[in-house]
Design a protein around this ligand. Structure first.
Ligand code: PLP
Length: 408
């Protein structure tokens, strides 16, 4: 008799975005003339930078000639892209990363979800609350957790609350943990972690023989040079941290698909007998077994993100999103709302008015301002009492959304 992987049955239903979709379509059906502005899902709205498009066109032309044709490429990615990443993302910030420590992939969602496979099932997972749900759900699927307690939390996971009091960067856990997921700039709170805060976490990981899984998918939105873009800007991080990056939000690649993961050669996990085992060869083995590389055309497009024109064009797009974030923050502050994030991240974390929970405020914004946000409670218990507004939209739509909220 074929048996199902019962860990999947522990998963709570994909509640957040389907429920948002359900409420939005019910409202749209009831009010067909409503002009709904979506500041909910974090998908980019601006087209690809022209330098990226030109590089991809050229790569398509390469593929039409015998000399320029590319079939299967290296699973880890082409040298031209890995070298460009090292020079521009790491060396430029004094972070020590080598090209062969970079694994090009088709998304940080897949990477953050897949990487847990190389760790034993008896490790204790620590996540922030609120959290990007992929970290939790993939550990549930793997069997590293107990059941869902009905409030959305799973047994055996250590939840680290991120609140206004700790500036949305968690305290060190009181019980020992092994796999620590951190994401800065943060989705959904828009918070960033300062060098001292990350240093504390790297020290903890070294002392406790833990590994930090650091999601830096939004690093390009940081506007203060003193804030680390990479965990490898912190001394000792090469021993204990794996970093995830993505071209999705930083270069408009959500529909193109390209990302990368850094696994330093020094980072280890331990066998039952306590022997250190480098993770780089294990991830390399896993990656090559289950993945056949990102397309040549896509990688040429990603390489162009680092060309002088690509950088300039891309920065202009990031500036546009961040000026949307400024408009959201300033408008809401003027109206007396408490807002967080939005300075170094494309997300604004808005405290709902006293006595109104996340979903009720979602309904108020939808029905009375025709603006879609994301209820904070969908990201975890500590997200209750907040909603997330995304800066990914056209400036005129963001302005219009703020004018409508002002009239509430
Ligand atoms: N990590 C975080 C924190 C995200 O918010 C997202 C997308 O929303 C991703 C990863 C996924 O990135 P990708 O498009 O590269 O799969």
């Amino acid at each position: 008799m074929i048996r199902v992987n019962e860990h999947f049955l522990k998963l709570k239903a994909g509640y957040l975005f389907p429920e948002i979709g359900r409420r939005v379509s019910a409202f749209a059906q009831a009010s067909p003339r409503a002009d709904i502005i979506k500041l909910g899902i974090g998908d980019v709205t601006e087209p690809l930078p022209p330098a990226v498009v030109a590089a991809m066109h050229k790569a398509v032309d390469d593929m039409t000639t015998v000399a320029g044709f590319h079939g299967y490429g290296p699973e880890q990615g082409y040298g031209f892209l890995r070298e460009a990443i090292v020079a521009n993302d790491f060396k430029s910030r004094g972070a020590d990363v080598a090209a062969d420590e970079i694994f090009i992939s088709d998304g940080a969602k897949c990477d953050t979800g897949n990487l847990q496979e190389i760790f034993g099932l008896d490790n204790v997972v620590a996540v922030t609350d609120p959290v990007y749900p992929v970290y939790v759900d993939t550990n549930v699927m793997a069997g590293r957790t107990g059941g869902n307690d009905g409030t959305g939390r799973y047994a055996k996971i250590v939840y680290m609350p991120c609140t206004a009091d700790n500036e949305f960067v968690p305290e060190l856990p009181e019980e020992p943990v092994d796999m620590i997921y951190l994401c800065y700039p943060n989705n959904p709170t828009g918070a960033v972690a300062a060098k001292e805060q990350l240093t504390k976490w790297v020290r903890y990981a070294i002392e406790n023989k833990a590994v930090i899984l650091y999601d830096a998918a939004y690093e390009a939105f940081i506007r203060d040079d003193s804030i680390p873009h990479s965990i490898y800007e912190i001394d000792g991080a090469r021993k204990v941290a794996i970093e995830f990056r993505s071209f999705s939000k930083t270069a408009g690649f959500t529909g193109v698909r390209c990302a990368f993961t850094v696994v330093p050669k020094e980072v280890v996990a331990y066998t039952k007998s306590g022997g250190p085992q480098p993770l780089h060869p294990i991830w390399n083995r896993r990656h090559c077994t289950k993945f056949n590389g990102v397309s040549y055309i896509t990688q040429r497009g990603a390489e162009a993100v680092y060309s002088p024109e690509g950088k300039r064009q891309n920065q202009a797009i990031i500036d546009l999103y961040m000026s949307n974030a400024d408009v959201i923050c300033q408008s809401l502050k003027r109206l007396g709302y408490q807002v967080y994030g939005g300075k170094h991240a494309p997300y604004v974390w808005l405290k709902t008015p006293e006595g109104i929970d996340s979903w009720s405020f979602f309904d108020v914004l939808l029905k009375r301002a025709n603006v879609v946000c994301t209820p904070g409670a969908g990201f975890g218990a500590a997200g209750e009492g907040y909603v997330r507004l995304s800066a990914f939209n056209h400036p005129c739509r963001v302005q219009e959304a703020m004018e409508r909220i002002a009239k509430l």
